[in-house]
Design a protein around this ligand. Structure first.
Ligand SMILES: Cc1cc2nc3c(=O)[nH]c(=O)nc-3n(C[C@H](O)[C@H](O)[C@H](O)COP(=O)(O)O)c2cc1C
Length: 435
């Protein structure tokens, strides 16, 4: 995968990428790493750390765009027992591979960010829940945590203080649902990964019933830079309301797929055509997922859409996990949607009925359509199923995501659905319409 920077105001997360052995403590520290944690534990209060991150405008990069400082401030200050930071390193969203890239290249940035966050919520323990299949990032983090302990940056007396800080790694259980924060907490506790009903939210009752803030890898890897340079400096990047930079993973029909750091506000055309090299010769971008498979699709005619998080929300979609999936005009959208629905149905944990039943109904309907057995009935059925999947009817966002794939592809490519259902043809892929 190609790895390049796409920032206008200068990179934040990938600032030191390309330096030999950045994953080693010695190298990371020489460049200024751990200065943020030192500053925090030796001279700042938890409230000051939260204020600094608030000034940066940082919002979570795990999918929901939630303001990071606000999430930390929800953790009760006067709680008598333990409080936890849980790092969501599960990264199973189709189209997203940026957390892996960050952990492999700069594991100490995540460790430093997680330690700062733990201090900010008044806790002493962080957990990193890492996707079970991520062997190399696991090894890099394991070794980096050991280095940080050996140097005394973690442990009973970080930087000579009496504020203990510890980080532990936990390998994930190998399912997409493990990334949903409450299912992740169940899994961390050794139980089957299924979402909890909310309230109570994890900030009040999280891991082992204790107040917990769950944060994404990229979110926390940004924090050391913010503490080193100040929240106001970070807030100079990005748009008026969506601050900073973010990682995107571009995959699919582009010439240079890969991970790129972009300043929020650049257009998808800039990312897809300039950074990722555009579609292959003679091809056009037909459709793209702007924020992972869970974000509603946009047609190729909307490449000039900005990556501004609020602008995307206004269009009914989202920046999500930053995974940009590109499909060119040689592919059938119905077939693509059917493939994704198989993923969502397979990954549905089964706890709530709308998701378990609805996703499987959708798969069976797509199967009939792709076997040339579609009709007006299948068109109407897909529409009803997508309505039943979304709108808060499910326990977590997995069901919504499945519904959005159907809804947004039908919305923008109704003609292709009608071709399949009403005429049993596919003008894009000819007779080859079997999934
Ligand atoms: C089905 C599902 C899977 C998810 N997978 C991930 C994931 O792999 N990584 C992640 O950071 N967030 C994932 N999320 C979002 C988390 O629930 C949560 O919002 C996020 O970890 C919060 O971190 P942030 O505030 O830093 O964005 C997922 C959500 C859903 C509904």
């Amino acid at each position: 995968m190609a790895e390049q920077r796409g920032t206008v105001g200068g990179p934040v997360l990938t600032e030191w990428f390309g330096r030999a052995n950045l994953h080693k403590l010695e190298v990371y520290e020489k460049l200024g790493g751990y200065e943020g944690l030192r500053k925090v534990v030796t001279g700042m209060s938890a409230a000051q750390v939260i204020d600094e991150v608030k000034a940066s405008g940082l919002r979570g990069r795990g999918g929901a765009d939630f303001p990071t400082a606000t999430k930390w401030s929800f953790v009760p200050k006067d709680h008598p027992g333990p409080k936890y930071i849980v790092v969501n390193a599960d990264e199973s969203e189709p189209g997203s591979a940026k957390d892996r890239y960050l952990m492999e290249n700069s594991p100490h940035a995540l460790i430093e960010g997680a330690a700062i966050a733990t201090f900010a919520i008044g806790g002493h323990q962080a957990w990193i829940y890492i996707r079970g299949e991520y062997d190399l990032p696991y090894e890099k983090l394991r070794d980096a945590i050991a280095e940080a302990h050996a140097k005394g940056h973690l442990g009973d007396h970080p930087f000579g203080t009496d504020y203990p800080l510890d980080i532990r790694l936990y390998r994930g259980h190998g399912a997409y649902i493990c990334g949903e924060e409450t299912a992740l907490l169940e899994s961390l506790e050794g139980k089957r990964a299924q979402p909890r009903s909310r309230p109570p939210f994890p900030a009040i009752k999280g891991a082992w019933g204790q107040p917990t803030a769950v944060n994404n890898v990229e979110t926390l890897s940004t924090v050391p830079w913010i503490i080193r340079h100040g929240g106001a400096e970070y807030a100079k990047r990005g748009t008026e309301k969506a601050k900073g930079t973010r990682m995107v993973t571009v995959s699919g029909d582009v010439q240079k797929p890969g991970n790129y750091e972009i300043e929020i506000g650049v257009t998808y055309r800039h990312i897809i055509e300039e950074l990722a090299g555009g579609p292959f010769p003679g091809r056009k971008v037909k459709v793209f997922w702007p924020g992972g498979s869970s974000a509603k699709v946009l047609p190729g005619s909307m490449l000039d859409t900005s990556t501004d998080l609020d602008g995307l929300k206004a269009l009914g979609t989202m920046g999500g996990s930053g995974g940009i999936i590109v499909m060119d005009d040689s592919h059938c959208v119905v077939k693509g949607a059917a493939r994704l629905l198989r993923f969502y149905a397979h990954e549905s944990c089964g706890k709530c009925t709308p998701c378990r039943v609805g996703s499987n109904w959708a798969v069976r309907t797509y199967e009939r359509i792709l076997a040339n057995e579609g009709s007006q009935i299948e068109l109407a059925l897909l529409d009803r199923v997508q309505q039943g999947l979304q709108g808060g009817r499910c326990l977590c966002g997995l069901g919504d995501a499945a519904g959005w794939v159907i809804q947004s592809t039908m919305n923008h490519f109704r003609n292709e659905y009608e071709e399949h259902c009403l005429h049993h043809t596919c003008s894009v892929e000819g007779a080859l319409i079997h999934a």
